[in-house]
Design a protein around this ligand. Sequence first.
Ligand SMILES: [Fe+2]
Ligand SMILES: [Fe+2]
Length: 169
Amino acid sequence: MLKETWRNDQEYMSYVGELLAKPEVQKLANYTQHHFSTRLQHVITVSYLSYRLAKKFNLNARATARAGILHDLFYYDWRVTKFDRGTHAWIHPRIAVRNAEKLTTLSPLEKDIIIHHMFGATICPPKSLEGLIVSLVDKYSATQEYSEHLIQEFEGKMLKNFSFAKVSK
Ligand SMILES: [Fe+2]
Ligand SMILES: [Fe+2]
C-alpha cells in the first residue's frame, strides 16, 4: 500500500529522509512485523498515513512523521522474545525511545507519541492528538497488513482448488 507516494512527497521526506537513511532504521527491513510486512514497511506506512492526517487537522506533522518512523525501533522478534519485567506492548515503546535517542533528539511530543502508541493494549493514553493519531493508524495498519496475508492465503487455496478441479475434469 501507499506504493511510492511517500517517497515523492518532498515535505514528508524533508522530515524523515535523514532518519530513513540511517542504517539503524534500514535494519528494520530484516524483521517481519505482520506476516508479509517488514518492520520498515510498517513504520513507513504508519508514519506517512499519520503525517497526512496530522496535516489535515493542522497538527504537528513533522513530529508525527518522525515519531511514526521511530515508534517500533526495536530489534527482536516479538513473537519469540518475552520479558520478565512486562509485556511486549508495554516494553517495546520504551526500547524504541531509547534507541531513537541514540539517532536524534526527540521533542517531548515525539516521545509522547512513541511511548503511548500501544494505547488500547496498555491503559496509558497519549497526551496529544498526534499521539492518538499514530496509535489509531498503527492499529489500522496492523489489521490491514494481517488481513492482506489472510486474503493471499485464501486466494492461494482457491487457486489450488480451482486448478485441481480443472485437472480432474
Ligand atoms: Fe509498536
Ligand atoms: Fe507499530
